[in-house]
Write a protein that binds this ligand. Structure first.
Ligand code: SAM
Length: 216
């Protein structure tokens, strides 16, 4: 296990924030080194896994995609590499959004707190969404999926990348089950695999699709 999962490192502290202000302050501090802490030899593979999963369900490379909790833009970059060209991103932390802007892959970037809807986007505005590394302890609550569904067109895929420890906690799985039972989503696939390879962390990539009855 590499240093990034050791005591005192950002990754180890990531689950300790207790409220929105602390989360924003934490990611403001991390923004500068986030990419070097998680890429290269550290191999945070979920952005790539989720972009690959989305491409199974979204053939149109001009489709509008919202990257929820886009952070520094690692998912946007993976989506661009998969050929997508109309990617928007939103995030709680201005410092992370500033780094995302530097990637040059986003059409629009905006500040948003997913736990406090509504977001600044119209009903059905997007053909797809990804949310990678954002449903976790002390970050975005799974109930935020209601607001994400509002922004998606009928039949739009949503791909969620989540670390295995949080998924095992159960709130996200229960939320997805409830939405399926209510006829609001179809569950497409979920696959277990690497999350951050060097830290020995595994995770799930999960794809769902909105049904035509997305409102309500
Ligand atoms: C672990 S990072 C993941 C970033 C990116 N998706 C990735 O995979 O590299 C979590 C991100 O979620 C954002 N975040 C945390 N709470 C949020 C909230 N309530 N609303 C929107 N974004 C939030 C943080 O600012 C941070 O950029």
């Amino acid at each position: 296990m590499s240093y990034i999962a050791e005591e005192g490192t950002f990754l180890k502290r990531a689950h300790d924030t207790r409220n929105t202000a602390e989360t924003r302050a934490f990611y403001t501090d991390w923004a500068e080194t986030y990419d070097s802490d998680l890429t290269g030899e550290h191999d945070y593979v979920q952005p790539r896994r989720c972009a690959d999963m989305l491409s199974r369900y979204l053939a149109d490379r001009r489709a509008g995609i919202l990257d929820i909790g886009c952070g520094t833009g690692l998912c946007g970059a993976a989506l661009a590499e998969a050929g997508y060209g109309a990617i928007d991103g939103c995030d709680l932390t201005p410092g992370m959004l500033a780094k995302a802007r530097e990637t040059g892959v986003y059409r629009r970037l905006f500040e948003a707190d997913l736990n406090v809807p509504p977001l600044d986007a119209a009903d059905g505005a997007y053909d797809a969404a990804v949310a990678v590394g954002v449903f976790s302890f002390s970050l975005i609550h799974p109930d935020a999926i209601d607001e994400i569904l509002r922004l998606l067109a009928p039949g739009a895929p949503l791909v969620i990348g989540v670390n295995a420890k949080f998924y095992a906690e159960g709130t996200l799985a229960r939320k997805l089950d409830a939405l399926k039972d209510a006829g609001r989503i179809e569950r497409l696939t979920e696959e277990h695999g690497d999350h951050i390879s060097s830290a020995g962390m595994t995770g799930w990539a999960i794809a769902v699709r909105t049904t035509s009855a997305v409102s309500g």
